[in-house]
Ligand binder design. Structure first.
Ligand SMILES: *Cc1c(COP(=O)(O)O)cnc(C)c1O
Length: 389
């Protein structure tokens, strides 16, 4: 008797929160292979996780080394790598302190709790988020996510959240109440269809938050770690937020999340206020340190800009040739092609032809390839899309 296939086992034993397609068995750089040996160009990178490519040799070596030395030690003890990673994150972001966790949702939860703790002095607790945003799937982050499709059936939602229109400062003003303590926003909405914030909105948010003594947070879970050609999405706009969340690409494929804040907020949490058993383990920190170092050593921020422009230029040329594409938008290698046809069937067609990307919303094809992608691979992806359209 043949043993059950991964698909059969999945359907029998894994809660059906996902509807996976391919069985992937191996990855290297920008390529992944399925169980039939077919190679795909991976322009979704594990949903903006594998920014340094699959199985980056330096990340693999760092994890291999650390896994045999000390995999886990609780946060009741120091470990050698966690503070080094915190220093690195602080240096490339806000100059203050860092809290470590395991996922994007958990990093956002940290920002929510920090804002509430900070606001508890004067009774403020309300957090404004944007419509069409995405912040995670825990109860609070699902509430923060400004899309009712993610919330349906899970009511009552967590109290203390209000919503404003993205890129509409007036709408944010309208949502303000005396209880408002923070605003959380993406620099480029990812799940919402690759929608970059406008410069006026970003500088307006900063001015508004300064005027009203409100904290400004950015969810950098998808746009962060080099994806937009800067370390973090907000850095494309010349403003400084008070706190950011990150996860996805931070560990080069290894799970790790973090929240980083400005110096003024560094000591809002005191011992006992917040915790995460697996936050900042030596193993996760080894992966993240190797990932950030690889991005620097290989000039991947600059490559993200170059390759992002090549991809967007190519998509715009395809838009002139094919009726299907109406708009191309993005920053760096966070790129969306808006279609006038449903995106799902196009995604499937591309997959058949060896290109992985993700449909978001109903009509947007999202391209978030590893930042190590080459010009030849960009051109190959464009050729596959040309044929599919
Ligand atoms: C993916 C994502 C999250 C959630 O991260 P998880 O690790 O899945 O909890 C939060 N915010 C943004 C912008 C994301 O893209």
């Amino acid at each position: 008797m043949t043993p059950p296939s991964p698909k059969e086992l999945f359907h029998q034993y894994v809660m059906p929160t996902y509807a996976p397609g391919l069985v992937l068995v191996r990855g290297q750089g920008v390529s992944v292979w399925d169980d039939a040996g077919k190679e795909y160009l991976d322009f979704m990178a594990g949903i903006a996780v594998c920014n340094v490519g699959h199985c980056h040799p330096a990340v693999v070596a760092a994890v291999r080394r650390q896994v045999g030395i000390l995999m886990h030690c609780s946060n009741l003890f120091h470990n050698e790598l966690q503070p080094r990673l915190a220093r690195k994150i602080s240096e490339i972001s806000l100059g203050g302190k860092v809290f470590f966790c395991n996922s994007g949702a958990e990093a956002n939860e940290c920002l929510f709790k920090l804002a509430r703790k900070w606001g508890s002095m004067d009774g403020r607790f309300e957090i404004i988020t944007m419509k069409n945003s995405f912040h995670g799937r825990t109860l609070a982050t699902m509430t923060a996510t400004g899309q009712t499709k993610y919330q349906k059936g899970f009511e009552p939602l967590v109290p203390g959240f209000a919503y404003a229109e993205f890129n509409d400062l007036e709408s944010v003003r309208t949502a303000l109440t005396p209880a408002t303590v923070a605003i959380l926003c993406e620099a480029v909405q990812g799940e919402g269809g690759i929608v970059p914030a406008t410069p006026e909105f970003m500088t307006g948010l900063r001015a508004l938050c300064d005027e009203r003594k409100i904290l400004l947070f950015f969810d950098e879970v998808q746009a962060g770690i080099g994806r937009t050609g800067n370390w973090f999405g907000y850095q494309n706009y010349g403003i400084r937020p008070d706190g950011i969340s990150m996860a996805k690409a931070l560990g080069g494929g290894f799970p790790i999340g973090a929240a980083a804040v400005a110096p003024e907020l560094s000591d809002v949490f005191q011992p006992g206020n917040h915790a995460s058993t697996f936050g900042g383990t030596p193993l996760a920190c080894a992966a993240a340190l190797a990932t950030l170092e690889a991005i620097e050593k290989e000039g991947l921020l600059a490559n993200a800009v170059r390759m992002g422009n090549r991809l967007m230029d190519g998509l715009r040329k395809l838009a002139q040739k094919h009726a299907g594409i109406t708009t191309v938008r993005g920053i760096g290698l966070m790129v969306g092609a808006v279609l006038d046809i449903p995106a799902k069937p196009v995604e499937a067609k591309l997959r058949e032809n060896g290109l992985l990307c993700i449909a978001t919303g109903d009509h947007v094809l999202r391209f978030v390839p590893p930042l190590v992608v080459s010009a030849a691979q960009i051109d190959q992806a464009l050729a596959i899309l040309d044929r599919a359209l």
